[in-house]
Design a protein around this ligand. Sequence first.
Ligand code: SF4
Ligand code: FES
Length: 251
Amino acid sequence: MKLTLRVWRQKGPEDEGRMVEYQLDDVSPDMSFLEMLDVLNERLILEGEDPIAFDHDCREGICGMCSLVINGTPHGPEKATTTCQLHMRKFKDGEVIDIEPWRAQAFPVIKDLVVDRSAFDRIIEAGGYISAPTGSAPDAHAVPVPKPDADRAFEAAECIGCGACVAACPNGSAMLFTAAKVTHLGLLPQGQPERYDRVVKMVEAHDEAGFGGCTVTGECTVACPKGIPLDTITRLNRDYLAATAGRKKKS
Ligand code: SF4
Ligand code: FES
């Protein structure tokens, strides 16, 4: 495949940044998107140019590090996929592909396509833990958990912290990410001691980090590679209202 890539290049946080065009003539449809960038970077290094900085780690869709806006869509055109799991067969020969970093006030660009997502760490630090002594791994079914709660908690735990929800949101809100963490722990018996403190502290950390407010546009859930549903935010709102109204009622 022959491709034209228009890539966001930015030397550092203070640099203005600009789109730079590159031609690639020998892209295999079987390459992953990141492998295609590796090929371009190898060429840039051989030519004495600065390679394009981009985040990645597992390349298996589980770590949440890969984070590219491809043709205006976080993680590209394929639904429910991370950038590292996207393959070049999803693109046409001769296509022009725009590649940009996540765009959000709370995710400042560090270099090229790499953004600072430590704001997510601060939300986790604010309440994404349990203080109950849990000891070593318990025997199966030692702590009874209703099946619907276990399923819902597991679904929320699938969030990999990639940030696509923020990049897709017109408000730059991280409410889907925050709601996934609140839901994951708030549904399990071990998560009950801090349940209501957790939701308030995590929402406060979310706001302090500069993420925007949620107006339920639903763009987040469409962009989410793990399909975290929008009603996860409804559940966060219920816990937040119960906590701030002083009614600690389990739903
Ligand atoms: S909710 Fe989805 S899009 Fe947002 S950080 Fe988690 S996995 Fe990524
Ligand atoms: S590199 Fe780990 S999810 Fe993509």
